[in-house]
Design a protein. Sequence first.
Length: 314
Amino acid sequence: MGAVTVLTVLGAVDVTVTAVGFIRPPPSPPAAGIPDEVLDGVAEGVAVDYLSWDTRERERREQVLRRWALPDREVDGWDGQGRQSADSPAVLARERRGVDQVVLTVRVRVVPYAPDEQTGSQPPPPTQPPAEEPGTSSPVTDPGVAAAQPAPTDPPGWRAHPARWLVLAVPLARHDGRVLLTAPPALVGDPGTTLPEPVPAVEAVSDDRFTRETRQAVQSFFEALATGELDFVRAPRARIASLHNAAVLVELRQWRGMQAQPGAPAEQRTGVASAVWRVAENAGQLTCAYRLNLHRQDDRWLLAGIDTDTGKAP
């Protein structure tokens, strides 16, 4: 198995994560009769398409992602800028969430591109796909199912950054006999051989005061998640993998803390957040949604768990 991997998308990052000898996750009982190889195939296809984009071909990406997603479900977190090519996906882990839903962790190799300012040229404007006339079919020169990956060449006006590995959490569910994406994938840390505890999805009520009081702490959590400096923000015994500088935090776009659950310890709280990541300068950005578990210790809120937002299964 070759080496593969965020974020994503995630100026320029000089650290490249290299991995060798990747091991496929062990077989696990199929969820609702869906074989592991089917789940893996869908998750790997989603991951490659999701981490591939070209500002000149936005409509192509939109069409591709709609094919993977639940009907009428918005799953694109890309900001529409820059260019990136992804390949070599490998599933690292599968985690069942109920009967029909599963989250797969996929490592992907990406090559980000930035406008080549040294040449003084700019990328050409976005192109629109030619309209098909009634009764005609797609040209033979473009057969098969469309993919979001740009052509594997350096086009005029673009400069390639070094390749790097990213890890993506891909939430999938069964729907009308298909396996489809339920929410935008999210950049996560490489799980290695130890999986983090999932953050339960519970119905909760927003707590505005708690949200205001903890926003700076949550900002620090995501900054540490990017750099790997988790020792000062991670709760004891929490298992959290960092992005190892594969992405840079652009901003904490949203944080919403929740009221304490009835009967839960006062020092344990949950919340939902969205973070904007940049993989390389001027190569594009991704917005990813997460669920967080917080633990209070010595009057400080620490990160006890982080999980991707899986959306609602059909």
